[in-house]
Each structure stands twice: as C-alpha cells, then as structure tokens.
Design a protein. Structure first.
Length: 282
C-alpha cells in the first residue's frame, strides 16, 4: 500500500462564532476533519500549510486547536502571512520550531525527509525567508543522507503562478531560495504550498508542485493583470497524497460537494446505452 498523508491549507480560523466573508471557517474545517476521519483515517498524518488563522489572535488559535483535536491522525501546523509566529507557537504543540524560534522542522518518513518551512513576514503579506531561515534550510538539506529523497512544504510559492495579485505577495527571496535548494533539486520529489487558494499543479524547474483551495474562501481565477483581485465561495478542498517508491499522486477532494452520485453500471436487465441516454436531466 502507498504511504498516505493529508494536505490541508488556508483554514483562516477566526474567533469562535465568527464568520469570515459570509462563511463559517470553523464549521468548514470541522467538515473537512469529519470527512478525513471517515474516509482517510489510515493516513499517517496531515500537514496544514499556513494561514491557520485570519488575524493571528490567541482565541483563533485556540479555536483551531479545538477543531484539530477531533482529527484522528497527527498533524503538523505551519504558518502563513495571516498568522502570528509567537502566538502560534504558544498555542500549538503541533507547530515545529527551530533553534532560532521559527516555525520550521522536519519529519523522517519511509519515503524521505519532509521539510517544513516558515515564510512568514509579520510586516507584509509577501513571503520572507531571512538569512537565518535560509541557513537552517541549507544545513538541514546538507545533513540529510545523500540518498534520502526530500519533500518540501511552505506557505508562499517561490515562483509566480500567473495570478497577478498573489504573485505580488509571493516569496520575496525566490532567487536565494532557488540557490539554496539547487544542489538538491534532483532529490526533491514534490513541493507543497498554500497561500493562493487555487488548485494549481505543475513543475518548478523539474520539481513537481501542487497547491489547493483553502477550507474557507478562495481566490477567483483571473490571469488578467488589470482585473480586480476577487475572492470567491468556490468549494473548499483538502489533498490526499499517495507515495510509493516510484510515484507521488495528489488527489484534490472537494469534501463539501453535494452533487449527484450514481452508479456507472446500469440496473440489471437494462442496456448501458439506454441507461446513459435516459438519465434524468438536472
């Protein structure tokens, strides 16, 4: 069986009872957790790639922790541009921490070293990796065995994704990041990130990447640089990741989707063509 883990991003929890852009972020996170518990409880763990809260308030982190306590599998909590580092670390044991006080860490798995990065700049929505964080990354990658695969997680993408308003607040040190990982690119099996609230998949150089919709609001798809920056109520999602020695597969699951589900096979005694053509229109 492949190794399985869950990718969640951009939960944007507010204080208990609060709505955000007309939606209840706690209720939607609860729904994601209930779905994971019901259908994906054999996963090894979940990774939440930042923007755990919307304003970084202590009550919001308590709200997040209370919601995540219902998850039947362990989780790793990372920070994004809407988070507050110290408040997060004070509230969440699931947040990794390095010797410099950043929300960074690693986890060794049967399919390599998982590396979790802190790209939070508390003065800007753009991403930052200062010299200390880049130094930690460089030493962490250098210390890994030469034959060990790597999987990297961060909140901000280190390259443009084409959604102009989000590219303006991407990782500021993209060139420095690229330089640090350059000797290890062939070993990085995948890059996971959040921030853009869109289902986007592709390659960063030759490194495959993926990102997902958040669990609350989304960023509307628009590539025109002159268009307004819009949010949306598109369906939320979480990712189910399957890894074996040869392949890494990411499934994006719209866990609140309520559209019709039906058997592909026709009822006994009915022709398949008749079944397909006579299906009631909706």
């Amino acid at each position: 069986m492949p190794f399985k883990f869950i990718h969640i991003t951009d939960t944007h929890l507010a204080n208990p009872g609060s709505t955000l852009y007309g939606l209840d972020p706690r209720a939607r996170l609860d729904a994601a957790i209930a779905d994971i518990n019901q259908h994906q409880s054999d996963a090894a763990f979940a990774v939440v790639t930042g923007d755990l809260t919307h304003w970084g308030e202590a009550e919001s982190y308590a709200n997040f922790a209370e919601a995540m306590a219902a998850l039947k599998i362990p989780y790793i909590a990372m920070v994004g541009n809407h988070d507050k580092r110290v408040t997060c670390l004070d509230a969440l044991k699931a947040a990794p921490r390095d010797s410099n006080g950043f929300v960074q860490g690693t986890r060794t798995t049967e399919h390599g070293l998982f590396v979790f990065l802190d790209t939070l700049d508390e003065t800007s929505h753009a991403g930052e990796m200062c010299a200390k964080r880049l130094g930690w990354l460089a030493s962490t990658l250098a210390a890994a065995p030469a034959d060990m695969p790597l999987v990297v997680f961060m909140h901000h993408p280190p390259f443009p994704v084409g959604v102009h308003a989000m590219d303006e607040i991407g990782l500021k040190q993209s060139a420095e990041f690229a330089e640090v990982i350059a000797p290890y690119r062939a070993r990085i099996r995948h890059l996971f990130f959040g921030h853009v609230h869109r289902p986007i998949f592709g390659s960063y150089g030759k490194i495959p990447f993926s990102t997902l919709r958040g669990t609350n609001h989304q960023v509307w798809f628009e590539l025109d640089q002159s268009a307004p920056h819009l949010a949306s109520h598109e369906p939320p999602a979480y990712g189910v990741v399957l890894i074996d020695d040869e392949n890494l597969v990411v499934h994006s699951h719209d866990f609140l989707d309520q559209s019709l589900r039906f058997p592909f096979a026709p009822p006994a005694g009915m022709d398949g063509r008749d079944y397909a053509l006579s299906f009631p229109a909706r």
